[in-house]
Design a protein around this ligand. Structure first.
Ligand code: AMP
Length: 633
């Protein structure tokens, strides 16, 4: 990799990265020494069936062993999980020994219900510690967990239940957000009704926030089961490195979310590598990620990564501004957080509050703040960097990759941040910008291309799409002309110093407050509203959330009250996270003569930009109509 002296003053990072590409087997074998193996692998990498990849073939290990047991054996009394909730005003710490007890109890409960290797367990919970116990318990016994973000509603959940076909679901009586309790049970019951798959068991975490209605023969309650199995030891299964650890659904261009499937050994090694070399997290310190376990950041950097690294992980339930905008900084000071991970939207929310909150807490132990999930705009980056007086490191990645593709590796060498850029490719990522028309690499600084990766992806990245190898091959490895490459579907440029800049998605995926949503998924939901004849959803730039969905609907009748009806429908079916910020009713949608929606033009109108080439439009009056409703909105 060519990085200027400006970007990589010592040349150390380029050397580290270059070795990961030139001698990948030696590089990753060395990183694999960061975790425990029950049995060594006989092949570091099997690339016999591209684009599929297998890492550490024949090696046997376990994510839970590496995250919990090995630390419980050497540092049983060190803090492992710190859970802090400003929703229910509670805080609790589990040492590694205590966490091991909880995880074994959860594993015993799962086993008693017949859950074993390869069985799916769906976890639909708010930010409660039991959800972490459940994830680790699955990892322990080789069950595949599929965590569904607690903000999703019944239709989203039903689709994921049908795809994952879980033997058991772990859920909660309720979540709470900003002090407002949301019952989970009605949402799950509705999802179970809507799904065709029959789930045999539901294990409820009863927080005492909402009464639970038990279904005999199906339902179990955690605190009762925990009593029953107390003290039972459940050993870690010695899993082959390429067995499946989990699936996690993410949105794409179709209405059907994809189950990103991950392995065991490659993921553990990639996380251990990233904790050491990228995040510079050290055993015995505390890591604080403000994400949610329902997203990939939560999987990698609330649960597995910090624990594998022997750090305490701080899990937070609540808003960043309640009781006030100082809450995260007080927590960081109290627990001596050394590495923090958040998202640009959260920082933009904090920026609206008094900056004094940032200086009221002693953050002397904090080394860096990492931000990811959406573009980090320069004013936000500059504000938080200056206010904190610490390095603020942007990092770019995807659910699919499980760990950063672009950032600065704080544990390898000091490098200068460049505002607006997430940085440079991380070890093992053979990143290339590709012209989407010709498939040719784009090498000129400042020229745009789709960010792609040559085969193979490094350890830890998706193995395939759960249950759909063809979709994995066609979607990710078949969308660009030229040699087979993995497409990120993000458009990017690179500057002369070697920094990459992400400009936005090349597909119909939008990013709302760091949450990735498919416009097609929202459209399909809105189309099922009885008053809607036709619908188009586009992502529109928003100063706080990055983007928000706007829906344009053609009504079946007169459209009276349709906007509110559509919003309530999306809330109930997909969850408030997907609710269109605006629903605008109009008689006709702008389309091409071949019937394709002119999404880019619609988005441009909403953002007050030039619509570009409209030579293919079928009926120009449709766009005039759209402009009029947008202007009036
Ligand atoms: P997700 O799979 O939900 O993590 O979403 C991944 C997508 O979010 C990427 O493909 C990008 O479009 C966007 N994204 C994530 N991190 C960044 C970042 N640091 N800068 C710009 N875009 C980002």
């Amino acid at each position: 990799m060519t990085l200027s002296a400006q970007a990589d003053p010592t040349g150390q990072y380029a050397a580290f990265y270059d070795r990961s590409l030139a001698e990948p087997e030696a590089f990753w074998a060395e990183q694999a020494g960061l975790i425990d193996w029950f049995e060594p692998w006989h092949q570091v990498f099997d690339g016999s069936q591209p684009p599929f990849a297998k890492w550490f073939v024949g090696g046997r290990t376990n994510l839970c062993h590496n995250a919990v047991d090995r630390h419980a054996a050497t540092r049983p009394d060190a803090a492992a999980l710190i859970w802090s909730s400003t929703e229910v005003d509670q805080e609790k710490t589990w040492t590694f020994a205590e966490l091991l007890r909880e995880v074994q109890a959860m594993a015993a409960v799962l086993q008693d219900q017949g859950v074993g290797e390869g069985d799916r367990v769906l976890i639909y919970c708010p930010m409660v510690p039991e959800a972490v116990f459940a994830m680790l318990a699955c990892a322990r016994i080789g069950a595949i967990h599929s965590v569904v973000f607690g903000g999703f509603a019944s239709l989203s959940l039903a689709g994921r239940i049908d795809d994952a076909q879980p033997k058991l679901i772990v859920s909660c009586d309720a979540g709470s957000r900003g002090g407002k309790v949301t019952a989970y049970q009605p949402l799950l019951e509705e999802a179970l009704r809507q799904s065709t798959h029959r789930t045999e068991r539901v294990l409820w975490i009863d927080r005492g926030l909402q009464p639970l209605q038990r279904t005999a023969g199906r339902d179990l309650v955690w605190h009762e089961e925990r009593e029953r199995v107390a003290g039972r030891a459940v050993p870690c299964a010695a899993l082959e490195s390429n067995q499946i650890s989990y699936t996690l659904y993410t949105s794409g261009t179709t209405g059907k979310p994809k189950g990103v499937q991950r392995d065991v050994g490659g993921y553990a090694v990639a996380l251990a590598m990233s904790m050491k070399h990228i995040f510079d997290g050290r055993p015995g310190e505390t890591y604080f990620s403000t994400s949610d376990i329902g997203w990939v950041v939560g999987h990698s950097y609330i649960v597995y990564g910090p624990l594998i690294a022997g750090m305490a992980t701080l899990m937070y339930e609540g808003l960043p501004v309640r009781p006030d905008a100082g809450v995260w900084w007080r927590l960081a000071a109290k627990h001596k957080v050394s590495v923090m991970f958040s998202a640009p939207t959260a920082v933009r929310v904090l920026r609206k509050a008094d900056p004094a909150y940032l200086t009221q807490s002693d953050l002397s132990g904090l080394r860096s703040l990492f931000l990811a999930g959406e573009p980090l705009d320069e004013p936000t980056a500059r504000w938080i960097r200056d206010a904190l007086g610490k390095p603020v490191i942007d990092n770019y990645w995807q659910t699919e990759t499980g760990w950063p593709i672009l950032t600065l590796a704080r544990g390898v060498a000091p490098m200068h941040e460049r505002l607006g850029s997430p940085g440079v490719p991380m070890p093992g990522y053979r990143a290339v910008l590709v012209d989407p028309e010709t498939g040719e690499p784009v090498t000129e600084p400042g020229h745009k291309g789709v960010l792609a990766m040559d085969y193979p992806l490094p350890p830890g990245c998706l193995q395939t799409v759960w249950g759909d190898d063809q979709r994995f091959v066609n979607t990710y490895w078949g969308s660009l002309p030229g040699p087979q490459r993995y497409s990120t579907f993000d458009v990017a440029t690179r500057d002369a110093d070697g920094y990459t800049f992400i400009l936005g998605r090349s597909d119909d995926v939008i990013n709302v407050a760091g949450h990735r949503l498919g416009t097609r998924e929202i459209e399909e939901c809105i189309a099922s509203h009885p008053g809607v004849a036709e619908v188009a959803v586009v992502g529109v730039a928003d100063a706080l959330k990055g983007q928000v969905p706007w829906a344009f609907v053609v009504p079946k009748g007169d459209g009276q009250g349709l906007a509110q009806g559509v919003q309530a429908h999306v809330d109930a079916q997909l969850g408030a996270v997907a609710r269109p910020a605006r629903v605008l009713v109009l008689p006709l949608l702008p389309k091409t003569r071949s019937g394709k929606l002119l999404r880019r033009a619609m988005q441009a109108v909403c953002e007050g930009r030039d619509t570009g080439d409209l030579s293919t439009i079928e009926d120009a009056s449709a766009l005039q109509g759209l402009k009029a409703v947008v202007a009036a909105a």
